[in-house]
Ligand binder design. Structure first.
Ligand code: TRP
Ligand code: SF4
Length: 336
């Protein structure tokens, strides 16, 4: 009876992280963070601002990192991460991440990390650049440490992160096999969200400089959308359009009602509606949906001490969990 009661009361642990590399944009918000906000109701949640992970790519720009960390904290709180329900913290405030990363790196075969697709892909893309470092190779091992340190059961991520989750599970099994059954195998929780197009029609991403940030004003949002790429074949108002290949129409699919979507698609094809009006409708929907978030953002910007206190308290809570795990790990591997 008692065992059953405790089981009912015990929520599963959820862990996720986001890198502070620039302002939170609609892609991050719709694809990941709004999902976290929902999931925090159901799980015992830890959300981490992965500043050490950011350092793997922005190590040449310390001032940027410093600013981006705080900005992201403000954005996450504004988006609705609730410190009463979840633990929100900076990864580097919990030293155990670094220690577990180092210990896990001892048992991770080199071939497991060199074959991770994001590693290969980024190195190819950047062509012999600043990413050719020891730290960047260890990126997924640090991520494994993040997850295992909190004995995370569930990890909400986008598709691009699945190889990192797979590596986490492999490292987890190897650790449990070599030493002691300390870690549960984490499960991924895919966010079923379509790719959010940026203003140039490519995937919205900071590296393409095509983002609409949550922190943009309503006017800035309007200007960005009004400049956005549409059906490239529709040059004149009288040309018939094709919503299926129009990046802006993706926003209607996200923000508009099913009925309006159909009307717009029909009117686009028959040239009854022009792109300017179509965009205006879209701008008001986006701005409407972000109004509360932006209002909270103003509040947190004016109360930075409150943001700092939340992060400090989050780190304190995280350290309690992380400290317990690292102690078990030290014992298991023979350090104590
Ligand atoms: N690598 C993740 C990303 O780029 C961020 C991240 C860091 C993360 N640590 C994590 C995600 C732990 C989930 C769990 O999106
Ligand atoms: Fe795209 Fe709307 Fe223009 Fe059609 S009317 S091409 S959906 S912006």
């Amino acid at each position: 009876m008692f065992a059953m009661e405790t089981k009912i009361m015990h929520k599963k642990r959820l862990l996720s992280g986001i890198k502070p590399t620039g302002k939170m944009h609609l892609g991050n918000y719709l694809g990941a963070v709004s999902n976290w906000v929902r999931l925090q109701e159901e799980f015992d949640s830890c959300f981490m601002i992965a500043d050490l992970h950011a350092l793997t790519t922005v190590y040449e720009h310390p001032e940027e990192l410093k600013k981006d960390k705080i900005d992201l904290a403000v954005d996450l709180l504004s988006a609705g991460i609730d410190p009463e329900k979840s633990c929100l913290f900076f990864q580097s405030d919990v030293l155990e991440h670094s220690e577990l990363h180092l210990i896990l790196s001892m048992i991770t075969p080199l071939s497991w990390v060199t074959r991770v697709p994001s590693y290969r892909g980024m190195l190819d893309e950047e062509k012999g650049s600043s990413l050719n470092t020891y730290g960047f190779l260890g990126y997924p091992v640090l991520q494994a440490a993040d997850i295992l340190l909190y004995k995370g059961d569930v990890v909400p991520v986008g598709k691009d992160q699945l190889p990192h989750l797979e590596l986490t599970r492999e490292v987890c099994r190897r650790f449990n096999y070599l030493y002691a059954n300390i870690f549960p195998e984490p499960e991924d929780r895919l966010t079923n969200y379509p790719v959010i197009p940026g203003v140039d029609g490519r995937k919205m991403s900071k590296s393409y400089q095509n983002t609409i940030a949550v922190s943009h004003s309503e006017k800035e949002t309007g200007n960005l959308i009004m400049k956005m790429l549409t059906d490239p074949a529709r040059k004149r108002r009288t040309d018939h359009g094709n919503p299926d290949i129009c990046p802006l129409y993706e926003y209607h699919k996200i923000y508009n009602t099913k009925i309006r979507q159909q009307v717009i698609a029909d009117q686009c094809r028959s040239a009854e509606i022009g792109c300017v009006d179509c965009k205006k409708e879209c701008v008001s929907l986006i701005n409407e949906s972000l109004r509360e978030v932006r209002k909270r953002r103003e509040y947190f910007l004016q109360n930075p001490q409150q943001v700092n206190a939340v992060l400090k308290d989050g780190a304190k809570k995280a350290r309690v969990i992380a400290g317990k795990t690292i102690n078990e790990v030290r014992k298991a591997v023979g350090l104590i």
